[in-house]
Design a protein around this ligand. Structure first.
Ligand code: NAD
Length: 337
């Protein structure tokens, strides 16, 4: 496939891996990012990996004039919209900020796209829209419940897209509900290394492995799972990136929207992940069992059958590969390379 694709939030964790997958598939990529949660050297690293320079515009997605200027400068065939705030806990403390960036940013982007005559958009949604799922594995038509402001912004965004598509058939939206992205690029040059205390298990394990955090606190070991700890569907970020390429290929080929879960369909427990990371870094990582966290469920994994059937998507990389790639990235980062 060929075409020029705008990646909002393209310097972030999932966006940067998707940039590589798209360039390797033959697309031209342009990044818009305000770098509020991305390192400034990501565009250089993308160039090191792909051998191609990636135009990158520092811009807030809510800045209508700035976004319009980017659309005036490049002719895009489609957009992938990653730019958002994503910490569930923080979203409950600062709901208006989250609604402003996640929903306000989407509206600004849609306005700019409409004016520029660009009607294909892949949207980063999340499995959090399923709330506490009643059916396993979780299919796309499971009931939707927003248990946090973050989840609410994703649900509201999906509904904004549905309203726009109902009013104007030129829109083609690819809605992708990610399960738990983990791991890093095989080059070790890009990955997930948040500035603050990580919210997700994998970057937290990485900090325990480096010794920056003393131990992992496991939130409850009395869940109804084989080892008592919570089970989640971790998907390697390179598999997730490949899913974006397939979604874009399909939008460009058909100009028809779609909605898919992107997950593996397999669950891994917190303790299994801790052991896999211990093997990756070569020492037993310390942990302590703490109380359950409010709102956590026992088991949660995707039904990925629809994406496999309709897109040909399959996530094949294992938790071992997620931990090994994460650790390779963290080691390089700590060594300053
Ligand atoms: N990582 C996950 O666990 C996960 C799971 C499901 C869905 N998602 C969604 O996937 C998308 C990407 O997530 P990620 O994990 O790569 O996060 P990330 O924070 O690494 O990437 C988001 C990028 O958007 C940028 N950004 C934030 N606010 C912006 C603004 N106002 N204007 C311009 N750029 C802005 C950040 O600098 C960052 O580079 C988000 O929409 C997120 O909600 C993430």
């Amino acid at each position: 496939m060929s075409g020029r694709i705008l990646l909002t939030g393209g310097a972030g964790y999932i966006g940067s891996h998707t940039a590589i997958a798209l360039i390797e598939a033959g697309y031209d990529v342009v990044i818009l990012d305000d770098f509020s949660n991305a390192r400034p050297d990501v565009p250089d690293r993308l160039e090191m990996i792909t051998g191609r320079s990636v135009p990158c515009h520092r811009c807030d997605i809510r800045d209508a004039a700035g976004v319009a200027a980017i659309f005036a400068r490049h002719r895009f065939d489609a957009v992938v919209h990653f730019a958002a705030k994503k910490a569930v806990g923080e979203s409950m403390e600062r709901p208006l900020d989250y609604i402003n960036v996640n929903c306000g940013g989407l509206l600004t982007l849609l306005g700019a796209m409409q004016r520029a005559g660009v009607f294909r958009l892949v949207f980063s949604s999340s499995a959090t829209v399923y709330g506490l799922p009643k059916v396993l594995p979780v299919p796309e038509d499971a009931p939707l419940v927003a248990e946090s402001t973050y989840a609410w912004t994703k649900l509201a965004s999906e509904q904004i897209l549905a309203q726009a598509a109902a009013a104007d058939p030129r829109w083609a939206f690819g809605i992708l509900r990610y399960f738990n992205p983990a791991g890093a690029h095989g080059s070790g040059l890009i990955g997930e290394d948040p500035r603050d205390i990580p919210n997700n298990l994998m970057p937290y394990l990485a900090r325990v492995a480096t010794g920056e955090l003393a131990r992992l606190e496991v939130f409850g070991d009395d869940y109804n799972t084989p080892d008592g700890t919570g089970v989640r569907d971790y998907i390697h970020v390179e598999d997730l990136a490949a899913g974006h390429r397939l979604s874009l290929d399909d939008l460009i080929a058909t100009d028809r929207g779609h909605l898919f879960n992107l997950g593996t369909g397999k669950g891994t427990s917190v303790l299994e992940m801790l052991r896999a990371y211990s093997r990756a870094c070569g020492r037993d990582l310390p942990y302590v069992i703490g109380p359950r966290r409010a709102g956590d469920v026992d088991i949660y994994y995707a039904d990925p059958a629809k994406a496999e059937r309709e897109l040909g998507f399959r996530a094949t990389r294992t938790p071992e590969e997620m931990c090994a790639s994460s650790w390779a990235f963290i080691l390089r980062r700590r060594n300053g390379s």
